[in-house]
Design a protein around this ligand. Structure first.
Ligand SMILES: Cc1cc2nc3c(=O)[nH]c(=O)nc-3n(C[C@H](O)[C@H](O)[C@H](O)COP(=O)(O)OP(=O)(O)OC[C@H]3O[C@@H](n4cnc5c(N)ncnc54)[C@H](O)[C@@H]3O)c2cc1C
Length: 533
């Protein structure tokens, strides 16, 4: 997959998708697989928006049971099962423990986990369990809960690298003849009377602007949805309520995921095992500031730390490696408490709401439900185009989806003279496409060179990301193609070498290389801003 901006000049598409987050990427995949001529445009990088800021769960949403959103929970539990089948290299079962302190909690959580089990009646993950106080303490020796009486356990799933699920949607779309461009910002919607006929797009790398025609445009711009609608209406239209959710990365605290309830406001929050780390979060507060630089502030971190220290008294603020923050896009439903607003997505057919033909917006939607939402949107697009083709995404595995057995990993390790652990790591990132990275590694003497002692990423991944995965900036590679950006140094230990390798391949001047390195350091700086108060 090579980024070629000139490829779209003068072409007419059936569908243009604005936004390369998980929702837009799923729509592009679905539409392309049905045979629609599809173009996806992303102003930054694929998954650079909220998709890279989530709790990384593929889940029905145990929490939503308390709001009686049984339909939404069931739908996402069905999607969880589909993702386990079509993306087994990226989605894995994860046990969740709910510590119990009172008989009422015991009853409520027993009912909750039972209901969750019933709603996931067709699941392949294990069912619920209950543990005594002693067993719970053995399972989680670091956990301190006053008055602990035991714990309930249920299963959900983890997508350890959601950015790569987004990317695999894009790769799959491109394999089915779609064009997908990152760093391509939609700056205008083209209209003839009340008919949308395409978009004006700017190549962020060169500043060049071109017009592209399309019969339908889908606005999957996440929390930028209002600004894209504003381009069409000529004035801003407020439909989205944004709430901020913050996570902290700390050393590993627990063996299982923990579902805890905040003492300060009763909200549910998680401690999630994530490799050798724990992910703690999240918050849910209204957000009206700059959409481009969303970061955790002191009060966000204080809220999570206060709760975390109740459960893990040994945890110190200095233990935090970094933070990240994302924005939820919720329907603008007035003054309801943010955590009470429904997480169900909303499809807006602008022909029905305002008489504007050929324009559809999608508001909200979880990573978990992205495929199903895309099916719904693509059905609507097909209807508008009078095009008949069935959705195939639920049964078609992703490009890297085949399960790689241990003997194949060992054979590949021997043949490529790379540690088994390193090959296993590459499989966890690329699935069955790890062989392509190993082939790339043979193309130069530095190919197998490690990039950072915190991860098992190697130089060949840079070459592969530039050649095959549209990586154009240092951030694209470190944060969304490799595992470098997710570990405690956030890729800073490798930024110079990544800059050098990418600079060579992309023919950067020394100034551009330095600018890229500085820009990456600045991006990472936002994850530490909470220290400034
Ligand atoms: C704190 C938090 C925790 C979450 N946890 C989970 C979880 O555990 N599991 C789960 O399933 N979901 C979770 N979610 C929800 C999920 O992350 C989001 O709903 C989902 O990622 C939204 O995807 P999206 O594609 O709509 O938006 P985004 O990922 O934000 O994508 C929109 C894209 O549109 C692009 N764009 C905007 N304007 C333009 C333009 N003019 N031209 C071109 N491109 C444009 C942006 O750059 C962006 O990349 C969580 C969300 C938050 C905030």
């Amino acid at each position: 997959m090579k980024r070629d901006f000139t490829d779209i000049s003068g072409r007419t598409f059936d569908l243009i998708v604005i936004g390369g987050g998980i929702i837009g990427a799923n729509i592009a995949r679905d539409a392309a697989m049905r045979g629609l001529k599809t173009l996806l445009l992303e102003k930054d990088d694929f998954a650079a928006g909220t998709t890279s800021r989530s709790t990384r769960l593929i889940h029905g949403g145990f929490r939503y049971l308390q709001h009686f959103e049984f339909g939404l929970v069931r739908e996402d539990l069905r999607e969880r099962e589909i993702l386990l089948k079509i993306a087994p290299h990226l989605v894995h079962p994860l046990p969740f423990l709910i510590p119990i302190t009172t008989p009422i909690d015991h009853f409520v959580m027993a009912m909750g986990t039972l209901l969750y089990d019933i709603l996931s009646y067709d699941k392949s993950v294990p069912g619920r369990k209950h543990y005594s106080r002693e067993t719970t303490m053995k399972m989680e020796p670091n956990l301190k809960v006053e008055g602990l009486r035991g714990a309930h356990l249920y299963y959900d799933c983890q997508i350890w690298f959601a950015e790569r699920l987004c990317l695999e949607n894009i790769i799959s779309a491109v394999d089915n003849n779609a064009v997908a461009l990152n760093h391509a910002k939609v700056i205008g919607i083209l209209k003839e009377g009340n008919n949308v006929r395409g978009v004006k797009v700017q190549d962020i790398l060169t500043g060049k602007e071109i017009e592209v025609s399309s019969r339908v445009v889908v606005n999957a711009a996440g929390h930028w949805m209002d600004s894209v609608c504003g381009m069409m209406y000529g004035q801003p239209k407020r439909m989205v309520r944004r709430t901020k959710g913050v996570h902290l990365l700390t050393p590993r605290l627990s063996n299982n995921s923990l579902v805890l309830y905040a003492k300060s406001d009763g909200r549910l929050w998680f401690v999630i095992p994530w490799g050798k780390y724990s992910l703690l979060g999240t918050t849910d507060t209204d957000y009206t500031k700059d959409l481009e630089t969303v970061y955790a502030e002191k009060e966000d971190v204080d809220y999570i730390m206060q709760e975390a220290q109740r459960a893990f008294p040994q945890l110190k603020k200095e233990d935090i490696f970094y933070t990240f923050a994302g924005l939820r896009s919720l329907p603008d439903s007035g003054n309801e408490k943010p955590s009470n607003v429904s997480r169900a997505h909303k499809t807006i057919d602008h022909e029905k709401t305002d008489g504007v033909k050929g324009f559809v917006s999608v508001l909200g939607g979880k990573i978990t439900g992205g495929r199903g939402i895309a099916e719904e949107i693509t059905n609507l697009v097909c209807k508008k185009l009078d095009f008949k083709a069935a959705c195939k995404t639920a049964t078609t595995p992703f490009p890297g989806a085949a399960v790689v057995a241990q003997p194949e990993i060992i054979r590949s390790a021997l043949e490529s003279r790379i540690d088994v652990e390193n090959v296993t790591y590459l499989v966890s990132l690329y699935g069955s496409r790890f062989t392509e990275v190993l082939e790339m590694a043979e193309k130069g003497s530095r190919g197998k060179q490690p990039l950072c002692h915190h991860t098992r990423d190697i130089v060949a991944q840079i070459w592969y990301a530039v050649a095959e995965e549209s990586a154009i900036t240092i951030s694209d590679f470190i944060l969304r193609r490799s595992g470098l950006g997710l570990v405690e140094c956030q890729g800073l230990d490798a930024v110079e070498i990544v800059g050098k390798e990418m600079g060579r391949l992309l023919e950067w001047s020394p100034e551009e290389q330095q600018r890229q390195v500085t820009e990456y350091r600045n991006t990472v700086g936002f994850t530490q801003k909470y220290k400034m108060g």
